[in-house]
Design a binder for this molecule. Structure first.
Ligand SMILES: Nc1ncnc2c1ncn2[C@@H]1O[C@H](COP(=O)(O)OP(=O)(O)OP(=O)(O)O)[C@@H](O)[C@H]1O
Length: 283
């Protein structure tokens, strides 16, 4: 994995203040406040049902907060009208957990759809741009004519990412992009996200359970615990005494992921060093 030479800008692109999300009487988020800087890659972790996907969907504008303020790309989203919401959504791309590709449409048609629907691009131009996006994410132009069911899981993830990138977003929201991928495909996907971040400057929030991804590509990690959020670089978060964070980062998988970031690939056959929870992240 290439280490980062890029530094987040210090310019907040996502600003959340006092966010409360509720379904009926069930509180999912209880006054979350945080910012994400332009150019940053932020990982989002938390137990199952802790509200990670709901947080991304709320930022995308698909779920309305019960309380709080969200500013995105310098604009207040709470209370904005449909036209403003649509303009803003054009500047964001989302990869949903299941890829959310339309099964009856070809891959190229799936990727072209946001261009036609949100940017009024003519169908033939949209198709050409869709093929460019497919190549950008490592698919072949010929894959554009296939149906989602004809692709492997990893290829479908890449196709979903190509669709999320269709409108050249400034902010990418990725929900478990490497879930279900074998370790080599997952590593390739991590590298792709890092390359897109370096080359296009796109800001990324990614929900993941994959500790290798967190170590390899994330500048900071946000943990949703007890309906609250804790954000820090991974080495710092791994020292947080909260029991969930301790068992997440300090369990066998957490220690293995940490060791993997410390071990140069060429020495993979040499004895493993002791895990050091204060070791710096890979970036
Ligand atoms: N539209 C909805 N209506 C009611 N409850 C919902 C809705 N969407 C999500 N929830 C509830 O909100 C909680 C958080 O869901 P969310 O999908 O954000 O969890 P998550 O942290 O992403 O979990 P996982 O890691 O299992 O994907 C869950 O209890 C879920 O059942």
């Amino acid at each position: 994995m290439t280490s980062s030479t890029r530094k987040p800008s210090g310019e907040p692109i996502v600003e959340v203040e006092g966010l409360v999300t509720r379904f009926g009487s069930t509180v999912i988020h209880d006054h979350l406040s945080f910012t994400v800087d332009r150019g940053e890659i932020m990982g989002v972790v938390g137990g199952s049902g802790s509200g990670k996907s709901v947080m991304l969907r709320t930022i995308l504008g698909l779920i309305h907060p019960a309380e709080g303020r969200i500013r995105l790309l310098g604009e207040e989203i709470t209370g904005s009208d449909d036209a403003a919401r649509s303009r803003r959504q054009r500047r964001m791309g989302m990869l949903f957990q299941d890829g959310a590709l339309f099964s009856q449409l070809t891959i190229a048609e799936n990727v072209a759809m946001p261009l036609i629907e949100h940017a009024n691009v003519r169908a033939d131009t949209a198709h050409r741009l869709a093929i460019e996006k497919l190549v950008l994410v490592g698919l072949k132009p010929g894959d554009g004519g296939k149906l989602p069911s004809e692709l492997s899981g990893g290829m479908r993830k890449r196709a979903g990412l190509a669709r999320a990138l269709a409108l050249d977003p400034e902010l990418l929201l990725l929900d478990e992009p490497t879930a279900g991928l074998d370790p080599i495909s997952a590593e390739g996907f991590d590298q792709l996200i890092l390359d897109l971040n370096h080359a296009l400057g796109v800001t990324v929030m990614l929900v993941t359970h994959d500790l290798d991804t967190l170590h390899a590509i994330c500048d900071r990690v946000a943990a949703l615990v007890d309906k609250q959020i804790r954000i820090a670089p991974i080495a710092e978060l791994a020292r947080d005494p909260h029991p969930w964070l301790q068992s997440y980062f300090g369990g066998p998988r957490g220690r293995a992921a940490l060791r993997a970031t410390e071990m140069p690939r060429a020495s993979a056959g040499t004895p493993e060093p002791e895990a050091r929870p204060d070791a710096p992240p890979a970036r």
